[in-house]
Design a protein around this ligand. Structure first.
Ligand SMILES: *Cc1c(COP(=O)(O)O)cnc(C)c1O
Length: 423
């Protein structure tokens, strides 16, 4: 270990924009944590926000704010245009055929619950099967458990191999005409595994099953084209792609959304209301009861503009270089064990240090200014399957730097030393 990069990060980490061309846009990176420069490696939980997103919300609230879809007055029309413009941006971003295929929700979780409660309630019955993988986030597991309890359908779990890759042969064996839905994460928030979703969609469609893709992680790391992917539903959250909290997206193919009943009732989702009954608006408004997250939609639109300005090519090549560097650094930490080493992985690395509890490692890193996630990462069944209490997870984004990764490696050496872990 190199003594020169010893006690503090100051000699390691250049401040401000040095090291990443994207850093200047993210004001929170200037925050100090326990007296150290913040090293934010919790991007799979949520990303930091660029100025352009903060500005977009502030400008909206201070110049053209009003409720949408309700008023003939000028400001309400401006707000409606801005909200619908955000919807078109999302549609273009994921290359959907029409903005009508984009439903705004609170996030990935609500999008999946929406599908379970509308499409699920009408299309899933007793004897049907729903397939999910063993690496699902609770958001793509619990709503299906609840649907199965209501409907008498059964939930099947597609296993993983030891590296954390999906067992595709098992998937082949499990798919049958009874399979009505395959709900699958594209990129695992715990293992970083990238699932071959195009292949999975094709296999599922061959037996007549529909496919829902949890793209909560994938959306941050690669361009998505829902038409070439061919999935029936796809979900993601704004806050993991530099946008505000409180908004997410359900993409659904028109032919499905058209047939789905509403979920929540209220204003905005209706066509005609009598005291005894109501008729419903067409999608997407049918699924957006009540005043929607207007400013958040505008913020999400601004985040998409940022990604397009930065370019996927720049984002991907930067993340790849950082990820490779992270792997090299972790290789040298004594007693470090990777959790998740499938061949196709992205931006996320879970690990354990000797026998240390992940919380202890996380707390010691926090004291050094490093934000990593510790625990089960909303994947308790997977932790049980792996026989571990949780992991420490470092997850990367474009504003991270090679110096930060060196500093992480360095700090992990210190932590290992403090906890008496040798190899
Ligand atoms: C974060 C995440 C979710 C849940 O997203 P919310 O924004 O909390 O609704 C679901 N699946 C995966 C893979 C995630 O990473």
């Amino acid at each position: 270990m190199n003594d020169r990069i010893g006690n503090d990060m100051t000699d390691l980490k250049p401040s401000a924009s040095q090291g990443s061309p994207f850093r200047d846009e993210f004001p929170e990176l200037l925050v100090k944590v326990h007296g150290h420069d913040l090293v934010y490696l919790d991007n799979a939980s949520s990303t930091l926000k660029p100025m352009a997103v903060l500005d977009a919300e502030r400008t909206f609230y201070s110049t053209s704010y009003a409720n949408v879809h309700r008023g003939v007055h000028r400001l309400s029309q401006m707000a409606t245009e801005a909200y619908e413009d955000a919807r078109r941006k999302v549609a273009n971003f994921i290359v959907s055929r029409s903005a009508n295929e984009i439903v705004f929700t609170k996030g990935t979780t609500e999008a999946i619950n929406l599908v379970a409660n509308t499409w699920g309630t009408t299309c899933i019955g007793s004897g049907d099967e729903i397939l999910v993988s063993a690496m699902e986030h609770h958001a793509n597991l619990v709503p299906w458990q609840m649907l199965c309890q209501r409907s008498g359908a059964t939930l099947q779990i597609v296993p993983l191999n030891d590296a954390g890759a999906l067992d595709l042969e098992a998937l082949d064996r499990m798919l049958s005409p009874r399979t009505k839905l395959v709900a699958m994460v594209w990129v695992s928030n715990i293992l970083g595994t990238v699932n071959p979703v195009e292949e999975i969609v094709a296999k599922a469609h061959r037996v007549g099953a529909k496919v829902l893709v949890d793209a909560a992680q994938a959306i941050a790391h690669r361009p998505i084209n829902v038409q070439s992917l061919g999935a029936d539903f796809l979900c993601f959250s704004s806050h993991k792609i530099f946008g505000p909290t409180g908004i997410g997206v359900l993409y659904g193919r028109c032919e499905h959304l058209d047939l789905m009943p509403p979920w929540q009732g209220g204003g905005d989702m209706i066509r005609e209301v009598e005291y005894s009954e109501a008729t419903y608006a067409d999608p997407p408004l049918r699924f957006e009861a009540g005043t929607p997250p207007i400013a958040q939609a505008i913020g999400l639109g601004a985040a998409i503009d940022c990604i397009e300005r930065w370019s996927w090519q720049a984002i991907q090549s930067r993340e790849e270089a950082l990820y490779t560097h992270l792997q090299e650094v972790l290789d040298h930490v004594p007693g470090l064990r990777r959790i998740g080493y499938a061949k196709d992985r992205i931006a996320v690395q879970s690990f354990l240090l000797g026998d240390a509890h992940p919380y202890d490692v996380g707390m010691l890193l926090d004291a050094m200014g490093i934000a990593v996630r510790t625990g089960h990462h909303c994947g308790q069944p997977l932790m049980k399957r792996l026989g571990i209490p949780g992991t420490v997870r470092a997850s990367l984004s474009i504003y991270n730097t090679h110096q930060e990764i060196e500093y992480l490696g360095h700090s992990l050496h210190k932590v290992a030393h403090m906890l008496g872990i040798s190899s």
